[in-house]
Design a protein around this ligand. Structure first.
Ligand code: GRF
Length: 213
């Protein structure tokens, strides 16, 4: 059930959960911005990463999290989205998560889950949305011949890459670019935009439309 009460600012460091399927470069950027642990760095930060969830046992993100001393959990997705989401919800509650960052999480979450986490579920996507949603966004941009692309950080709703935008950063598409070179240029701006967008959410400056005053 959706709950539209204002959530942020919390008045304490937020507990950030990260869902990731891949190598985890965005997770690394988030752990730099929102250091895990209980040291002075995390006490002063707006948030700290407390939980990493992956649908892929071999995801680099899980290894990165464990190296940093963050709880890292593999949960089977398979055909059983409801089972994954129920298990994820238990982990989120166990670790007191306030906010979820989807950092290269390659699964589509259910309308019930996205509604329950409305305003607290944020994704980074490697295109300037609404252009090129879905899979292979970088390849789509190259195929379309655009001269600029970039990344978008947005709240997640029931659609795929359709939720309210928090922040976009653009980069040029250069002659001779291939998918790898353009993706690397986009990821460099993702690593700045994602923490910046989450900070805006945590300050209470960014929220989905329709929130009651
Ligand atoms: C990022 O480019 C993100 O936009 C996309 O998946 C990629 C994940 O990369 N959704 P990483 O695992 O954070 O390095």
């Amino acid at each position: 059930m959706a709950d539209d009460r204002p959530r942020f600012p919390l008045g304490r460091p937020a507990r950030l959960a990260v869902f990731a399927s891949g190598r985890g470069s965005n997770l690394a950027a988030l752990m730099t911005a929102f250091p895990p642990g209980h040291g002075p760095a995390s006490a002063a930060a707006e948030a700290r990463v407390v939980l990493v969830v992956s649908d892929r046992r071999e995801a680099g993100a899980l290894a990165l999290a464990r190296e940093a001393g963050v709880v890292a959990v593999h949960l089977v997705f398979g055909r059983d989205r409801a089972g994954f989401e129920a298990a994820a919800q238990r982990e989120l509650e166990r670790h007191g998560a306030d906010l979820i960052a989807l950092a290269g999480f390659m699964r589509v979450l259910s309308p019930a889950f996205t509604a329950a986490w409305r305003g607290r579920l944020v994704n980074v996507h490697p295109s300037l949305l609404p252009s090129f949603p879905g899979l292979h966004a970088v390849r789509q941009a190259l195929a379309a011949g655009v001269d600029r692309s970039g990344c978008t950080v947005h709240f997640v709703d029931a659609g795929v890459d359709t939720g309210p935008v928090i922040e976009r950063r653009d980069v040029p598409v250069l002659p001779g670019d291939d998918e790898a070179s353009l993706q690397a240029r986009i990821q460099a701006v993702e690593h700045e935009a994602f923490p910046a967008a989450l900070r805006a959410v945590l300050r209470g400056d960014a929220y989905p439309p329709g929130r009651p005053a």
